[in-house]
Design a protein around this ligand. Structure first.
Ligand SMILES: Nc1ncnc2c1ncn2[C@@H]1O[C@H](COP(=O)(O)OP(=O)(O)O)[C@@H](O)[C@H]1O
Ligand SMILES: Cc1ncc(COP(=O)(O)O)c(C=O)c1O
Length: 291
């Protein structure tokens, strides 16, 4: 497995003391796959709130924004090739990160910005509406890649998404040139899938669904997929390998009976996954319109 060349990734998401959600998943995955990482936490908390009482340690909005100023003025800024954002503690942080991405792009027009709009799930929004709106209005327009789950995309698009054609139309309308939609509609019975849409490809990568999945799979998926793109891998292979990694990490954690992903012992699943994934080519919305 080739190691990735120099070029740091700035990751911006939550930090948990115990567990592997937010930055804990992204930093581990990116470093394991050979990327230097700059990690900025948006909030710090003992563990994912799904496990029970978990006090949010927060940053003052102005202080967070000043830290972004420091990053923009950093003498090492030319090291940075990509930014990945995930969970935000408030709407102001999303505006600060938009400033960071814009400043980085001015210096490096090839900067990749991956936006994982961590705003909700099947149960609806779990961040304040103002935070979700700030992500939609200020970050999605800057994204080279967005990785919403199906429910997040439905909220962003303002439309229910009942099948993969509706998902593709919404993904296309949202704007980013590459969209990776998780929890897409499976074609395989008992399956779960990731739908990838770019100018070139409309793909669905599927595997079986597993009971008792720990949190952090979306965070892991966006980091691994970003790494694969940064390594220059073609999109189809990147989707296949990333989906296989996430499924394998999940299956191993569940087999151990763990309520968190067990990344430290499953790092080989990130670099060299063995799990099989079913890859299908879908009819791209642009092709459907030509017919
Ligand atoms: N219960 C599950 N069984 C198998 N794979 C899963 C399960 N939950 C998530 N995944 C995998 O992880 C991906 C991302 O998970 P998802 O829950 O959509 O992300 P998010 O954490 O952003 O909501 C899914 O598309 C799928 O590939
Ligand atoms: C603090 C916090 N809450 C909620 C979530 C959402 O997690 P999930 O979608 O995996 O349940 C995350 C994910 O990063 C998080 O960091």
């Amino acid at each position: 497995m080739s190691r990735v060349s120099a070029g740091a990734v700035i990751v911006i998401s939550s930090h948990v003391v115990r567990g592997s959600v937010g930055n804990r998943a992204a930093v581990f995955a990116l470093e394991t796959l050979g990327h230097p990482v700059w990690a900025l936490p948006t909030i710090v908390l003992p563990w994912h709130p799904g496990h029970g009482r978990s006090t949010r340690l927060t940053f003052n909005e102005a202080d967070f924004d000043h830290a972004i100023d420091d990053l923009i003025a950093a003498p090492w800024l030319s090291e940075v090739r990509a930014v990945l954002s995930g969970y935000f503690g408030n709407a102001a942080q999303a505006l600060s990160v938009a400033r960071l991405v814009t400043a980085l792009r001015e210096k490096n027009p090839d900067l990749l910005y991956a936006c994982d709009p961590v705003i909700g799930d099947a149960g609806g929004l779990y961040v304040p509406e103002a935070t979700a709106e700030a992500i939609r209005d200020h970050l999605i327009p800057l994204a080279s890649l967005a990785t919403p789950n199906r429910y997040e995309l439905a909220w962003l698009a303002g439309a229910p998404l009942e099948d993969n054609n509706a998902i593709m139309e919404a993904a296309l309308a949202l704007g980013p040139s590459r969209m990776l939609v998780t929890s897409a509609v499976p074609m395989m019975a008992g399956g779960i899938g990731n739908l990838y849409l770019s100018g070139r490809n409309a793909l669905l990568a599927e595997h079986r669904s597993v009971e008792g999945a720990p949190n952090g799979l979306g965070d892991l998926l966006s980091a691994v997929f970003l790494s694969r793109l940064l390594s220059g891998m073609d999109e189809e292979r990147a989707l296949q390998l990333t989906t296989a990694s996430v499924f394998e990490v999940l299956a191993r954690a569940v087999k151990r009976g763990s309520n968190e992903l067990t990344l430290a012992v499953d790092s080989a699943s990130l670099s060299t996954p063995m799990a099989m994934v079913q890859l299908r080519h879908l009819v791209h919305p642009a092709q459907r319109k030509k017919k």
